[in-house]
Write a protein that binds this ligand. Sequence first.
Ligand SMILES: *Cc1c(COP(=O)(O)O)cnc(C)c1O
Length: 430
Amino acid sequence: MNNQSSNDTLAVLGGPKLLNNTFTRYNSLGLEEVEAAKNVVESGVLSQFLGCWDPDFFGGPKVQEFERQCESYFGVKHAVTFNSWTSGLVAAVGAVGIEPGDEVIVSPWTMAASATAILHWNAIPVFADIERETFCLDPVSIERNISEQTRAIMSVDIAGHSADMDALRKIADKHKLKIISDTAQAPAAMYKGKFAGTLADIGGYSLNYHKHIHTGEGGIAVTDDDDLADRLRLIRNHAEVVVDAKGVTNLSNMIGHNFRLGEIECAMGIEQLKKLKTQVESRQRIARILNKGLAGLKGLNIPAVMPGCTHAYYVYPMTLDIAVLGISRQRLHHALTAEGVPALGVGYQNLHLLPMYQKKMAYGSKGFPWTSDICKRNVSYAKGICPVAEDLHESSFLGFGICSHEFKDEEVDLIIAAFHKVWRNLEALR
Ligand SMILES: *Cc1c(COP(=O)(O)O)cnc(C)c1O
């Protein structure tokens, strides 16, 4: 890197700003989606779901077509669409047969819905710690958190990298647990030749507007299990009304919702799915440029990709060795942002530290479900239970939102130059 200008003073210390670019927002929508949406509107059928046992229980033509294409794309027996992946997660926890008071082990380093989907069924989220390299659940911490009540693991493929599914499956088999995979941020990331999300009992992807591909809102659940797929479809669409006519004998969690995705979204989803591979590859290409440009900056760790895995880079996740750097992340973040580096984030707050868990107040004001006798033990949400995740959030994680804008190569080079400028001037920041 040789971008040293005559005035190398950091912008944060009054020097010239390195990047003055305005970045173009990421947008994966094109004329194909416009045409697809228009055709649906002209057909007059914006949704064809019926909440009763009828061929239309499974939705209209675009829902069906999109689901069949997802099945063939991800190589799974069943894909079931939802009006959000939050809805998909709720349906998944219900489908695997979680009972009130059951415990589900979940990562704290994720978007809120991974854990609220558990609470939705009056089950108890138990937060296990994550690995510092992948930010996914640490198998050792999972084992440590297993109790008599544990029934499932909610694994989260955060930032774009799969969890260690072989290790998770081993634990799940040993303790007879189900695995749900929240792969919202890692569609088309690979784990040993398979798509992330497809190795769980139920996995799935988000189609909200800031994910790799989107339909505005939406979600896709994937599974190879016929029974689980049936239960997902039932919970999606007013299960309790349908069970009799469908001959469903297992009534557990057959309380349904309207979690149905519309025809317009599915028609656009068909077009978006065709673009998934190139969207992910474009981010992998930017990540390779960043890896090369940022390698060797002391105290900065570029993202790890485990053997047999590929990364989808929803976020380009870095970690800092604060002791080596001798300055705080906040100071670095300010300095980089002042140089014009966009989309820098400090990652997820830890879910167990949210007021709902700290005060153990979810349903109503009396602490249900934790204070109820369905909750068999006192599950701790105290600060300190997930030291790795807590340290990442408090001081050592730095994420670059690779998916937030359409970055041109020159812009990526300038971003790298800004990192180098800040690193050359660390002494002045201390
Ligand atoms: C986006 C996201 C969700 C929720 O998806 P929605 O479609 O927005 O409901 C869940 N988990 C993770 C990790 C996410 O990033």
